[in-house]
Design a protein around this ligand. Sequence first.
Ligand code: NDP
Length: 284
Amino acid sequence: MIDGKAAAAAITAGIAERVAAEGVRPGLAVVLVGDDPASAVYVRNKSRTAERCGFHSVQHTLPADTSEADLLALVDTLNTDPAVHGILVQLPLPSHLDASRVIAAIDPDKDVDGLHIVNAGRLAVGDPDAIVPCTPLGAMHLIEDVRGEDLSGLRAVVVGRSRLVGLPAALLLTKRNATVTIAHSRTRDLERLCAGADILVAAIGRPEMLKGAAIKPGATVIDVGINRIDDPSAAKGTRLVGDVAFAEAAHAGAITPVPGGVGPMTIAMLMRNTLDAALKAARR
Ligand code: NDP
């Protein structure tokens, strides 16, 4: 079992120490539009962790009917605020707002979610200044803990090709010399493909879709999926599961649980991206 919670706690403790030692005060601004309860929980966790790391942490909560012009004006203010080094606009946005226009308005050097097209391009061409999306970055940390930094000779399958998770995960694995296959909803014979993977990254969003037969004995399995399913035996009547049928994965070499795997690492990487952005700004 890969303990993402413990790994994330160690990383954030290290960040807090560096903040104290280097005398920088990284600033993270989190913007939430509307009252989606899941988004509110994510935003609260991010702001709290930022405070624990000694960051300057600001949260802007805007009403669901905020106009795009008002949201863009806020982004602009944050872009020019020297106390803010990282800007995160929590997605999804209400349907009348165009997320790609909003992300494009963020200064790429403050885009700590790594979603701006400039950062996607930098990552694709191997530019060291790329700010990498937090979830795949966290997944790579966990993979490195198990397999080391050099993945030469290993086969990796990433299921999912989103801009947020699957695609950057595949690029990061390629950079580490793994031989990578990207699978998606049009892939044929997915189970057989996955069963050949030494490293399997599932970023699909379908509860427990990958069964035991999709896992090679000894494989490192990173389950990014977060899916809420009904469970009458749970106190709330629901529980979270990943994209991998965890109970069928006992023959994996290592596997991330859901919750407690990639999720906490995502927040830890957000803190790291913000610290890096602050250190870069201080050098400029
Ligand atoms: P998207 O919906 O953007 O992408 C899902 C990907 O899965 C797509 O590429 C899609 O293929 C592929 N897919 C869908 N159905 C199948 C199928 N039957 N067989 C093979 N591939 C399939 O989701 P995200 O990448 O944003 O997120 C994926 C999961 O990760 C979600 O559960 C999300 O909640 C979770 N997540 C977790 C985070 C964390 O912190 N742990 C952070 C971000 C996301 P196609 O491109 O062909 O449509």
